[in-house]
Design a protein around this ligand. Structure first.
Ligand code: NAD
Length: 260
């Protein structure tokens, strides 16, 4: 379905980003991976995805906290893969602390990677999409783009902020073939969330599995994790012609979290 298209997926060396990159590659889309990690492991991921899907998969290690590196990554995508048709702003980190104890440098880093970084990626990618009058921009927000939780001031602020950016980009690209939406997941059991589950296990003095039950019961009525494959499928749908009139909206995939 996406044969001939090119996608840049930030933060795709693991977790949700890799799930979306894989789902797009399975539809024939060439992919630029991005994110941190061990160089040999990243190369294994890149070559494995290329072998599995038969599409061209490249990697650019830009730091989403650095505007110059983001601009160079978009240029690299266009130069090495021929265009940039799909941009997935997904890279993210987490830090938990009460507001009055929140380290200010960590606040700056989270806003830089998760809000300012996507602005720069969109700013640089849009002219290429406008040239072809087709594009899909998907911002990985979160349930925390719609509701708050204690001890996540920077994360919740960045995720709410990207909802605003999503709406403005959708309005500005309204009459074009470009759409801009967010995906708003609840708990997905990736490295980012495993750290939080371990913190809960330590706090309740229980096992990791005890903490899983505790965390899901508190927030996610389905009492189950969302999978990266389910998010990948939603991403493919948003890139399809069937979704051409869906723009500027949050696509919740949260097991009922925000219905409460
Ligand atoms: P993850 O830790 O598996 O993936 C994060 C990715 O971002 C990795 O590839 C990492 O290398 C990359 N990254 C981190 N800092 C970076 C930087 N400065 N520059 C470039 N890449 C960087 O976690 P995940 O859960 O897959 O998170 C992916 C996105 O999904 C994040 O935006 C996160 O906020 C969001 N999200 C996660 C959940 C969840 O439950 N896991 C829920 C809602 C939203």
């Amino acid at each position: 379905m996406l044969k001939g298209k090119v996608a840049l997926v930030t933060g795709s060396t693991s977790g949700i980003g890799f799930g979306m990159a894989r789902a797009l590659a399975q539809q024939g889309c060439a992919v630029m991976l991005n994110g941190f990690g061990d160089a040999a492991a990243i190369e294994e991921t890149r070559s494995g995805l290329a072998a599995e899907t038969g599409v061209t998969v490249r990697y650019n290690g830009a730091d989403l906290g650095k505007p110059d590196e983001i601009a160079a990554m978009v240029a690299d995508t266009v130069q090495s893969l021929g265009s940039i048709d799909i941009l997935i702003n997904n890279a993210g980190i987490q830090h938990t602390a009460p507001v009055d104890e929140f380290p200010t440098a960590v606040w700056d880093k989270i806003i830089a990677i998760m809000l300012t970084g996507p602005f720069h990626a969109i700013r640089c990618a849009l002219p290429h999409m406008k040239q072809k009058n087709w594009g899909r921009i998907i911002n990985t927000s979160s349930v925390h783009g719609l509701v708050g939780s204690v001890n996540k001031a920077a994360y919740v602020s960045a995720k709410h902020g990207i909802m605003g950016l999503t709406k403005v980009v959708a309005l500005e690209t309204g009459p074009t073939g470009i759409t801009c939406n967010s995906i708003n997941p609840g708990f997905v059991q990736t490295e980012l969330v495993k750290q939080q589950i371990q913190q809960r296990a330590d706090a309740i003095g229980g096992s990791f599995d005890d903490a899983v039950v505790d965390v899901l019961k508190e927030k996610q009525p389905s009492l189950d994790f969302i999978t990266v494959d389910q998010i990948g499928a939603l991403c493919v749908f948003l890139c399809s012609d069937a979704a051409a009139q869906i723009t500027g909206v949050p696509m919740s995939i949260d097991g009922g979290w925000t219905a409460q």
